[in-house]
Write a protein that binds this ligand. Structure first.
Ligand SMILES: Nc1ncnc2c1ncn2[C@@H]1O[C@H](COP(=O)(O)OP(=O)(O)OP(=O)(O)O)[C@@H](O)[C@H]1O
Length: 564
């Protein structure tokens, strides 16, 4: 226990960037060395103007429309989240007002009322309407026009804010059967070879992205996208590639790199490379596969390096690179600068040239010329800033190890939670918790990497459909990207190793403006970890206990307050 606590002390002791260097799964030295070698001589882009991006700056009008727009989204919980978003939007308006002082911040249509305002092709708009997508989210409003202008981007916005459609829609505008007919390519959309490669760190996330593409493409066109995830039958994937000639492939780094190395996947002519959960993909675990992907996708054989054949700098690809995550450590910013062509940082209500982002010079959201003069300024050195949905409620509860499952049971009943995701760190103990919950009459199931692919997808299906599985007990496998809209409670039965892991776990609830609760169940000596997380994430995490079927907040001076 002492060792565990001291390990956490070290892990939580610094800012996120240095923190991640300490973790074996986040060692990015290979990446840094590549980046350092190129950045000093990378061409300095000219400061863009709103006109250069062709963004219109009608933010003031749009701000008024925003309340209506949010009403269209339907639920009262969405409105409450979006009220917060509205406040942020007002800041953006102020920023736009002082844009001359600070040209790095772009004015963008942050509150588009419909997808058609964003320059998407007619066929795509029709499909979106059929699937019930009428109003873009803030990050979609900012990202779609930027990507359509051919800029490389990092898309950073909180979990569940719709980042997948933010890159999927501009890709489908240019690639495949729904694209703008003036875009490059043949009219059947299938003869151009692979035009977009989307990489995700897990099989589950890869499959989820494929389903999102299929949903928008519709039944008739769904063969335009092909999944290439690990764990699935490789020869079947190869056959499908040959037979269907998809325009888009979505997969895990290992399988994409494997097929590419075997000459079964030709991506040299590719126009888009998306790294979804980019900070995870650039971790030590994936370094070899990612190296191959970054070197090959969009690199036409024999294409000359514009900076000269003898340059020591790796050649830049012709592709457009899109990097996505709720958490963006500075290592990712450096990587994007190195690989990207004048890349932009796109957030829910701001678009800035990445050149202007540095760990020591924070991006100043207010538009003031002096970052230090503004309390709203933020910096990407804190990778978890603005990574969590504002509507989430965070609690922690102190108990003994042997009472953790009982506390979990009482929490589920107190909140009457219907879709619960419980995170643990060790698979063996995870099975034990499932057993204990079942023994207490709560339907539970385990989900982790040791299960076969069939068991994994069956469990996930049972959980998503509701009824059969109420509590999904899982590990880090499910922390990234898993989208179960109804998930109303996330529980950390073991504490996450750092604020980045906390953010991704917590983000499984409160998706797209819904309400959600996150409870961390810890032992007394771990309370300092909760305080540290609170500080790093910039959110209140309230101490609570469960008594007589209610969640009771414990005030500093041990006063008890009923909140439910
Ligand atoms: N404009 C929209 N209108 C309605 N629903 C949307 C819209 N955009 C996205 N969604 C839905 O919102 C949910 C969350 O989106 P998505 O998974 O892309 O979030 P995310 O920001 O990528 O989250 P994470 O960081 O956890 O991966 C999905 O079910 C998606 O279909």
């Amino acid at each position: 226990m002492a060792a565990l606590i001291s390990a956490r002390l070290v892990l939580l002791g610094g800012e996120s960037l240095s923190l991640r260097r300490l973790l074996p799964t986040y060692r990015t030295a290979w990446l840094h060395s590549r980046v350092h070698s190129s950045s000093p001589i990378a061409p300095q882009p000219a400061s863009p103007t709103p006109l250069s991006l062709d963004f219109n700056s009608e933010n003031e009008t749009r701000k008024k429309d925003k309340v209506n727009k949010l009403k269209q989204l339907g639920s009262s919980s969405v409105v409450s989240k979006s009220n917060k978003a509205k406040a942020i939007g007002i800041n953006a308006v102020k920023a736009a007002g002082t844009i001359k002082k600070q040209p790095i911040i772009e004015s963008a249509p942050f509150a588009a009322k419909s997808f058609s305002e964003l320059g998407l092709p007619h066929l795509l708009i029709e499909r979106l309407e059929k699937e019930g997508f009428t109003v873009p989210t803030e990050v979609q409003s900012a990202a779609i026009p930027t990507i359509l202008k051919n800029h490389d981007v990092i898309i950073q916005s909180y979990t569940g804010s719709g980042k997948t459609l933010a890159y999927l829609l501009p890709i489908l505008s240019n690639v495949g059967p729904l694209r703008n007919k003036t875009s490059e390519g043949n009219s059947d959309g299938k003869k151009m070879g692979i035009e977009a490669v989307i990489v995700a760190p897990s099989r589950e996330l890869g499959m989820q992205i494929v389903r999102e593409f299929e949903k928008i493409l519709g039944l008739d066109n769904k063969k335009a996208v092909q999944q290439l995830v690990g764990g699935a039958n490789r020869s079947r994937q190869e056959e499908a590639l040959k037979k269907n000639k998809p325009a888009i492939v979505v997969g895990t780094p290992g399988r994409i790199a494997e097929l590419s190395a075997a000459g079964k996947l030709h991506t040299h002519g590719c126009r888009f490379l998306v790294l979804d959960e980019v900070d995870e993909l650039l971790s030590f675990n994936f370094r070899e596969d990612m190296h191959r992907i970054l070197e090959h996708v969009g690199r036409k054989p024999g294409a000359a390096d514009p900076r000269g054949q003898n340059s020591a700098i790796p050649r830049r690809a012709e592709r457009q690179t899109i990097m996505v995550s709720a958490t963006v450590p500075f290592s990712v910013v450096r990587a994007a600068r190195s690989w990207g062509r004048d890349p932009y940082l796109v957030q829910a209500n701001k678009v800035a040239l990445l050149e202007t982002v540095s760990p020591s010079n924070p991006v100043n959201l207010s538009g003031s010329s002096s970052p230090s003069s503004n309390s709203n300024s933020t910096t990407l050195t804190q990778a978890t800033v603005e990574s969590l949905p504002p509507a989430l409620k965070h609690y922690y509860c102190v108990t003994r190890l042997q009472h953790k499952v009982d506390t979990l049971r009482r929490c589920i009943h107190a909140l009457d939670a219907k879709f619960v995701i419980v995170f643990m760190n060790h698979i063996k103990q995870l099975k034990d918790v499932v057993f204990k919950l079942e023994a207490r009459g709560i339907k539970a199931a385990e989900l982790h990497g040791d299960l076969g692919k069939l068991a994994r997808s069956t469990t996930l299906k049972k959980f998503k459909s509701g009824g059969e599985v109420r509590v999904l007990v899982t590990n880090e496998l499910s922390a990234r990207g898993l989208d179960v809209a109804e998930c109303d409670l996330v529980v950390n039965l073991d504490l996450p190793t750092d604020s980045i892991h906390y953010a991704h776990r917590a983000g499984r609830t409160g998706r797209l403006g819904r309400t959600g609760t996150v409870l961390s169940i810890c032992e007394e000596p771990e309370v300092f970890v909760m305080k540290k997380l609170q500080k790093q994430l910039g959110i209140p995490i309230v101490c609570c206990e469960f008594t007589e079927g209610k969640l009771l907040v414990i005030e500093e001076e041990k006063m008890l307050n009923t909140v439910r």
